[in-house]
Design a protein around this ligand. Structure first.
Ligand SMILES: Cc1cc2nc3c(=O)[nH]c(=O)nc-3n(C[C@H](O)[C@H](O)[C@H](O)COP(=O)(O)OP(=O)(O)OC[C@H]3O[C@@H](n4cnc5c(N)ncnc54)[C@H](O)[C@@H]3O)c2cc1C
Length: 459
């Protein structure tokens, strides 16, 4: 006896769309998310954010449709719950307010989305240096606005955050971009295909136009980022464009180098993953229905590869069709036919990805840091230590972890794993999938002990 037909982890666009369509088809669904409400990254807090329309933008408020449809549905939503383990028999272990619980289902959909790519440079660990996405989270959840910030890095989210800040009346003092003419040249071959997603291209152009009109300074082809803390608590952010060195004094550096799939749960389940060259990250291997090698576990949305919100919605609904097929609620034909519209949406939304991946490909110095740049922030281990360990003993990522303790801190590798992969690759070594053990998010020993074989709560 299970608690539900389907447990979905993640109430972003993928998870919400999947939950609504599974519930409409009569399936019993539990939706778990560690946030306090539905929305995921793009629509975070949209249900209670009534006054940000002027600066968060219309696209953000489009998320209300999904959030409201979810609240009208029969889906059992459990917010403020962090999933920290999934067992082979699909018992999902989650924690809320320091107490862990177990729910079980016949199928599980991982819709855990993405995180920003760790972007190490000297000084990225200083107070006042944070990610552009983190600043956006503060905007969406607490209406806290970054003042006099420098936005540094590359990617569409950098422009979006810049425009949101300008509209909110706290424009950044500068946008320092790492993409180069070489990136643009490489990306140009994907432009014809990207035209299939012409609305998204137009949206990007509109963001750029808005930034230009605002008069915010923009620097491109920037490299050698460095942040230093001044005596007055401000930061001096320096960088180079061609032969010129620039220095900007700012209270806040918001860095961003794109987003990468969150794979901690899929890796902890031992599912197959492969290195994706253009996204420079490991991605889970799924079939066209989002099905993993365990046919009862599907992955949808950014967690299966970065595609954005529209692709996430389509892939969430497509995964549900396959589960309904497996549950005997749809025939093979019905499953195929019902997926046609979402497949078209998915194809169209993904058409722009090769262009974006090439245009905003992270610079080498960020992918494979060197010198004293901190790589593992939890254990304070610099790039040079990782490189020395690697050179001295010819070790792989697993041995680097045990000999330097990198990845053993509370972030559980979320900050250092990719830079270490980059360093390995720059030393001519193959990318090796880092193992993930549960709990995939830190919980206390007391909580773990009190869980011991408590029977699962049937709903
Ligand atoms: C910080 C950040 C900000 C972004 N802002 C924008 C934006 O403004 N506009 C835009 O177009 N795109 C934005 N993106 C890109 C965005 O991720 C996608 O476009 C879209 O939200 C992907 O949808 P999704 O459903 O796959 O995942 P997400 O929207 O990322 O949702 C995943 C959900 O899973 C939950 N989750 C993850 N792990 C667990 C766990 N272990 N237990 C419980 N719950 C869990 C998370 O809390 C989250 O709510 C942002 C990305 C990031 C990382």
């Amino acid at each position: 006896m299970t608690d539900a037909d389907l447990i979905i982890i993640g109430a972003g666009p993928a998870g919400m769309a999947a939950a609504i369509s599974a519930s409409e088809a009569g399936a019993k669904v539990i939706l778990l998310d560690e946030q306090q409400s539905a929305g995921g990254q793009i629509y975070r807090n949209v249900g209670s954010n009534h006054d940000g329309r002027s600066f968060l933008g219309e696209e953000y408020f489009e998320g209300l449709k999904l959030v409201e449809a979810l609240s009208r549905s029969n889906v059992k939503c459990e917010f403020g719950t962090t999933v920290w383990r999934i067992e082979d028999d699909l018992r999902v272990v989650w924690s809320r307010d320091g107490v862990s619980n177990i729910s079980s289902a016949r199928h599980v959909l991982l819709a855990t989305g993405a995180q920003e790519r760790p972007a190490p440079f000297p000084g990225w660990e200083l107070p006042g240096v944070m990610t552009a996405g983190a600043a956006q989270i503060l905007m969406k959840s607490s209406r806290l606005l970054a003042k006099d910030a420098v936005l540094a890095g590359s990617g569409p989210l950098l422009y979006l955050v810049a425009v949101q800040l300008i509209k909110a009346g706290t424009p950044p003092i500068a946008i320092v971009e790492t993409q180069t003419m070489k990136n643009a040249f490489k990306a140009s071959r994907y432009l014809p295909r990207a035209m299939l997603a012409s609305k998204m291209l137009a949206k990007g152009m509109e963001l750029l136009r808005y930034i230009r009109k605002s008069g915010v300074s923009r620097y491109t082809s920037a490299k050698d980022f460095q942040a230093v803390q001044n005596d007055d608590g401000q930061l001096t952010f320096s960088f180079r464009t061609r032969k010129r060195v620039h220095q900007l004094v700012t209270p806040l550096v918001l860095s961003h180098q794109g987003v990468v799939s969150s794979t901690h749960i899929s890796r902890s389940l031992g599912l197959a993953h492969e290195w994706n060259l253009s996204q420079q990250a490991f991605l889970p291997i799924v079939d066209k229905w989002g099905r993993t090698k365990n046919s009862r576990i599907h992955i949808a949305g950014d967690g299966a590869g970065i595609g954005g919100a529209r692709a996430a919605i389509a892939s969430g609904r497509i995964a549900v069709l396959d589960m309904l097929f497996q549950l005997g609620k749809l025939s093979d034909d019905q499953r195929n036919q019902s997926s046609t519209a979402d497949r078209a949406l998915l194809r169209q939304s993904l058409a722009i990805r090769p262009f974006l991946d090439a245009l905003y490909y992270p610079p080498k110095e960020i992918l494979a840091p060197s010198g004293e740049t901190l790589v593992c922030r939890c254990e304070e281990i610099g790039a040079s230590t990782i490189r020395q360990t690697l050179n001295q003993s010819g070790l792989g990522p697993r041995q680097i972890k045990s000999s330097t303790r990198s990845g053993m801190g509370p972030c559980q590798g979320r900050m250092c794993e990719l830079p270490i992969q980059g360093i390995l690759s720059s030393c001519g070594k193959k990318h090796l999938l880092p193992k993930v053990r549960t709990p995939i998010k830190p919980i206390s020993l007391g909580e773990l002990a009190s869980l011991a074989e408590r029977p699962s709560t049937k709903s």
